[in-house]
Design a protein around this ligand. Structure first.
Ligand code: FNR
Length: 341
């Protein structure tokens, strides 16, 4: 199977069987406030990821890596979406373009279409320092995401089996790069132990990439003869993972994994995230409904986040971290067992 076919399979399965629906956000309620000291028009959507300043708390998370014309078209549309709505955008893994320069244009289009936008480069933790520098240069990226995807690699028939040395490589890359490094999971979540370990390196932020949305075990299992289905229910639900990572790391925490609507975005920000990544939900919207409809959906998300902020008496996205939350069900149980209640 060629790389392009594999990437196309990923997209097709991500849009169908590869989705979950339980992120832990269903176990969070806000406490209604009858006297919010806020005006809708004065609510501000600006957010910060460490030194980076963004005009929205939403970014499109890494998806389409090299894979020919189909992914190239999706990347071009995602970059126009980011430009028109002012949201950040992470490109998919650039390793293919580092190995095969003919694939560079799939990524370069993203910067060409959106010269002033916030764009993240993306590589796996197997990358060398030089590859990290080249990936950032390729798209004049504002930050580099380094993804962790042990469960995907294990379920992928042709995947990696050796995960040693990742932490040292990440640390060296973060030390040597001139832009911030964000370490992200890919749908299985970051534990407080992993967050603590990562906070001992030179990285600038953690994206929890939690369980509950796109499920790479399910996606890769579709491509196997003998399924490793025990990994299908494996992972830290996104809401629990935000709480885990936020409790120990002191680094900015980005929330992602199964985030689909404005209420979930506001809940993620209230749990301590400074920014929220959406991958599968945006991909589905672009593929099913097209660019114009997706621009409208993101604009609606922005409007709805402002309505929710106003109801909660928050003028700035970071004020959401102070609102009281009621946690119930499995999320409450998870956090109690983990000593985070
Ligand atoms: C991804 N994801 C991903 N992540 C990454 O760091 N590098 C990559 O190249 C890819 N490729 C990729 C392809 C496709 C088709 C999808 C749907 C996703 C993972 C993505 O960034 C995110 O972590 C997970 O999808 C979980 O978020 P959602 O989809 O539940 O919002």
């Amino acid at each position: 199977m060629t790389r392009a076919q594999r990437k196309r399979d990923h997209i097709n399965y991500a849009l169908t069987t590869g989705q979950q629906n339980k992120t832990g956000f269903e176990d969070i309620k806000f406490v209604h406030q009858s006297l919010p000291d806020a005006t809708l028009d004065d609510t501000r959507l600006q957010s910060r990821i460490g030194e980076l300043s963004l005009s929205s708390p939403i970014f499109v998370n890494a998806m389409t890596g090299g894979g020919g014309e189909y992914t190239s078209k999706i990347n071009a549309e995602l970059s126009l979406l980011a430009r028109e709505t002012g949201i950040g955008l992470a490109v998919g893994s650039q390793m293919s373009a580092l190995k095969d320069p003919s694939e560079r244009k799939t990524y370069e289009i993203v910067r060409k279409n959106n010269p002033d936008g916030i764009i993240f480069a993306n590589l796996g933790s197997e990358a060398s320092v030089q590859q990290a520098i080249d990936a950032v240069e390729m798209i004049e990226a504002d930050a580099l995401q380094v993804h962790l995807n042990v469960i995907q690699e294990l379920t992928m028939p042709e995947g990696d089996r050796d995960f040693k040395g990742a932490l040292e490589r990440i640390h060296t890359i973060a030390d040597r790069l001139s832009v911030p490094v964000i370490v992200k999971e890919t749908g299985f979540g970051i534990s407080k132990e992993a967050a603590m370990t990562l906070s001992g390196t030179s990285i600038s932020a953690i994206d929890v990439g939690g369980y509950g949305g796109t499920n790479f075990s399910k996606i890769e299992n579709q491509r196997r003869q003998r399924m490793l289905s025990y990994f299908d229910d494996w992972g830290i639900p996104t809401a629990a993972s935000i709480a885990e990572a936020h409790s120990v790391s002191g680094l900015p925490i980005l929330a992602s994994g199964g985030i689909r609507n404005s209420l979930e975005i506001v809940k993620a920000l209230s749990l301590g995230a400074c920014s929220v990544g959406m991958a599968g939900a945006i991909l589905k919207c672009i593929v099913d409904k097209g660019l114009e409809a997706t621009i409208e959906e993101v604009n609606d998300l922005h409007t709805d986040i402002q309505y929710l902020m106003c109801a909660l008496g928050c003028m700035r996205t970071e004020d959401l971290q102070k609102v009281p939350l009621i946690l119930t069900g499995e999320l409450y149980h998870w956090l109690a067992v983990r000593g985070l209640d």
